[in-house]
Design a protein around this ligand. Structure first.
Ligand SMILES: Cc1cc2nc3c(=O)[nH]c(=O)nc-3n(C[C@H](O)[C@H](O)[C@H](O)COP(=O)(O)OP(=O)(O)OC[C@H]3O[C@@H](n4cnc5c(N)ncnc54)[C@H](O)[C@@H]3O)c2cc1C
Length: 381
């Protein structure tokens, strides 16, 4: 029983990852692939876990309007996703359900379409490889016959895709364990004590010791980061999601508001509310989500909702990620983002090798928490 192993004597690892959500598991999987002895200390079932409540988009379109490296980082991950999913499936037999047909942002008005076009054009003007198409209603209907005539049009980008977040998490957990990683559920990290060259990590089931520690505990990073000399200025941002019964296939592309899974279920979402740690649901927001979904796809008018939930995004003040090594306690790393599905492949392939001892990739230069010392920006993405 893994829960009982750590009583009294410290267990030693090369690296302890605090948090077994999408961010922590992707990094931990990358670390065991690099040959490290890794333990993941995960929280309890009652912890806030965005990894288990999200929409499943691998999304690039529109990101990085004010920070081009974020657009490029998202696209890099999206491009790595196919090989990442294939490797996970080869190792575990679990299909993460990744598809990359391109993504569609539906626009109800001409003004929305034009604003979206301007944003994507401003990104493309700085990096011509970040491509998109503007679809008027006729072009949209040709591509997505189930779309409503009432829409003004849509923006299409080939970089976008989607995956099953739950199968992705399961595949990463299994691949991590198969490669010798130690997953410790109900081992919420209470305290981290830094010493020269090592860290002691206290959990309810004993103390672990490691040369490096990675903070990937979602919203709890705010509490943990100061223990190793860092700041994690994050706030929760609630999203609500509804799922319909299984329907015959009607949508070949993921959109920001409606996504049909390979099994036929349809996820409806795209809300954002700053309501602290309340992860409940409200009738008003669900009604708005349902209205937008029905407006876009009349076929949903008679679909039955079978599940609904709220979950909390992990937001930095400017919406950009943080990947940082502590300057006061080298060996302690912080990883925060609000797109843990999109970035999973890059976390395993790029962030893990850096944490394992490689050079810090220059694309990460803007993603340090020290940027918040002088910034008053809010949610600029
Ligand atoms: C409604 C909604 C929709 C979303 N849609 C998308 C999307 O379409 N595409 C996309 O890319 N992203 C999406 N996201 C974001 C994505 O879910 C998150 O980026 C991702 O889950 C963050 O992963 P994380 O590992 O940082 O945090 P979490 O998934 O929250 O995981 C944190 C983990 O840390 C554990 N933990 C907490 N405290 C401690 C502690 N002290 N010690 C040890 N472990 C601890 C918890 O038990 C949990 O397992 C969405 C999020 C929400 C809420």
């Amino acid at each position: 029983m893994q829960h009982k192993l750590a009583h009294n004597t410290a267990r030693r690892f090369d690296i302890v990852v605090a948090g077994g959500g999408l961010v922590g598991m992707a990094i931990a999987y990358g670390l065991v692939r690099a040959g490290k002895r890794v333990a993941v200390c995960d929280g309890a079932d009652s912890a806030h876990r965005a990894a288990r409540g999200n929409f499943g988009l691998v999304w690039v379109q529109g990101k990085g309007g004010r920070c081009l490296p974020y657009a490029q980082w998202s696209r890099e991950s999206s491009e790595r996703w196919g090989a990442f999913a294939a490797q996970l499936q080869r190792k575990t037999g679990v299909d993460a359900g990744f598809e990359r047909p391109g993504g569609i942002e539906l626009c109800e008005t001409i003004e929305q379409l034009e604003a979206g076009r301007q944003l994507l054009e401003s990104i493309r003007a700085r990096d011509a490889s970040l491509t998109y198409e503007v679809l008027d209603i006729h072009a949209l209907k040709a591509r997505v016959p189930s779309a409503s005539d009432k829409l003004a049009g849509a923006l299409y980008s080939p970089h976008d895709g989607h995956a099953s977040p739950l199968y992705t998490l399961r595949a990463m957990q299994q691949a991590f364990a198969l490669a010798g990683g130690t997953y410790l559920p109900h081992h919420e990290v209470r305290e981290i004590r830094p010493y020269v060259g090592r860290f002691e990590i206290d959990t309810p089931h004993g103390t672990l010791e490691a040369e490096r520690v990675v903070l990937a505990a979602g919203l709890d990073n705010q509490r943990l980061a100061p223990m190793v000399g860092m700041l994690a200025p994050i706030t929760p941002l609630r999203g609500q999601i509804m799922v319909t019964e299984r329907l015959a296939p009607f949508l070949d592309y993921p959109t920001l508001v409606v996504r049909q899974t390979p099994e036929g279920s349809v996820l409806l979402g795209d809300s954002a509310e700053a309501v602290g740690f309340d992860d409940g649901q409200t009738r008003a927001v669900m009604a708005d989500i349902a209205r937008r979904a029905r407006t876009a796809f009349p076929v949903l008018g008679h679909a039955r909702i079978v599940r609904a939930w709220g979950a909390l995004r992990i937001m930095t003040p400017d919406g950009l990620p943080v990947y940082e090594e502590s300057s006061t306690h080298p060996g302690a790393f912080l990883a925060i983002c609000h797109s843990g599905v999109t970035l999973a492949a890059a976390h395993a392939d790029v962030i893990a090798p850096w944490i394992a001892g490689g050079a810090r990739p220059s694309i990460l230069d803007p993603f340090v928490a020290t940027r918040f010392s002088n910034s008053t920006d809010a949610h600029v993405l």
